[in-house]
Design a protein around this ligand. Structure first.
Ligand code: NDP
Length: 307
């Protein structure tokens, strides 16, 4: 049976299917020349050093849609097919974005703490919060998930605007200038890919433009936001609130961010439900099995689509 290198965790269902077709090796015990396939996740990816060592590697199946932890252009040059899991997680990640946004607007964590601490009974009701209705919401990255977020927000009757590198064929207002868009928005929701092209796209100027009444939601990658600039803006009140699923140095989250009352923090769980992880896992395995069958894959990343 061909040799598969497993990087990161997989579910029992994935393992059962994979064991029928591959010998699975763990990262601390494998013969580099024997490995023909890799399964990995969006966080660990495949390092350039490892890719260079795996001289017989034919396919990398990514358990996630974001593949910034794999150099897909280099893989394509080496003739290695890289796959990911687009679409099957759109709705779940959109739910996570909406959840973070609503938790910020309605001070969910503060009010939950108010009840648990006994302060409701001891001191009376909680202060008022902001309505999430009728807000101007800027989506940074209107791709598969960005569109799902826009759709999922519809009951809150927002005005949706967006920023991407290329204008899309949609009815929402397009901004090619992110600072201008931030100025016009109550909330920015960031859902671009990670990697160099989006490094600190949400910089100090964008954060300042969003302003003291503004809310920043990040469900993309921690690298997309200038984390230090965001923390100081949240501390000094020049940014109102932040709802974050992703961080610059996961799983490390700066103490300053954890101490702030105007943040809602999640441990990168955008797609992490049983249902969605099952669908992602099935597609991740399907890509590998398809490759064994006839050398093709179901969902290659764009850089490898020509292979
Ligand atoms: P898509 O490729 O469908 O969409 C990406 C969007 O970002 C496009 O609209 C693209 O438009 C835009 N974009 C890309 N680069 C830039 C840039 N430099 N500046 C501005 N906009 C840019 O991807 P998905 O919607 O499927 O996924 C998006 C990302 O979400 C993933 O790559 C991943 O990082 C993240 N994600 C996070 C999860 C979590 O658990 N928190 C789970 C799943 C995904 P254009 O090319 O015109 O610029």
């Amino acid at each position: 049976m061909p040799d598969l290198l497993q990087i990161g965790g997989i579910t029992d269902e994935m393992r059962e299917r994979l064991e029928e077709a591959f010998t699975i090796h763990q990262i601390d015990d494998f013969d580099a020349e024997a490995i023909t396939h890799v399964i990995t996740n969006g966080h660990d990816g495949v390092s350039p050093d490892l890719m260079a060592k795996l001289t017989n590697l034919k396919a990398i199946s990514g358990y996630g849609v974001g593949y910034d932890a794999v150099d897909a252009e280099e893989a394509a040059r080496r003739g290695i097919l890289v796959t990911h899991t687009p679409n099957v997680l759109n709705e779940e990640v959109a739910t996570t974005a909406v959840l973070l946004m609503l938790a910020c607007y309605r001070e969910l964590l503060r009010d939950d703490a108010h009840v648990r601490s006994g302060n409701w009974e001891a001191r009376g009701g909680a202060p008022l919060t902001r309505s999430a209705d009728n807000q101007t919401i800027g989506i940074v990255g209107l791709g598969r998930i960005g569109q799902a977020i826009a759709d999922k927000l519809a009951p809150w009757t927002p005005t949706i605007v967006y920023h991407t590198r290329t204008q899309k064929d949609v009815a929402y207002r397009y901004y090619d200038n992110l600072v201008e868009m931030a100025q016009a928005c109550d909330t920015l929701i960031c859902i671009t890919p990670g990697g160099q092209a989006t490094e600190k796209l949400i910089n100090a100027d964008v954060i300042a433009a969003l302003g003291p009444q503004g809310t920043l939601i990040n469900v993309s990658r921690g690298s997309v936001v200038d984390e230090a600039a965001m923390i100081s803006a949240l501390q000094n009140g020049t940014l109102g609130w932040a709802g974050l699923d992703v961080f610059a140095q996961e799983p490390k989250v700066p103490q300053a961010l954890r101490d702030l009352p105007n943040t809602v923090l999640l441990p990168h769980v955008g797609s992490a439900t049983h249902e969605t992880r099952a669908a992602m896992g099935a597609l991740t395995v399907d890509n590998l099995l398809q490759h064994l069958k006839d050398g093709t894959v179901l969902t290659p990343v764009p850089e490898c689509a020509h292979l």
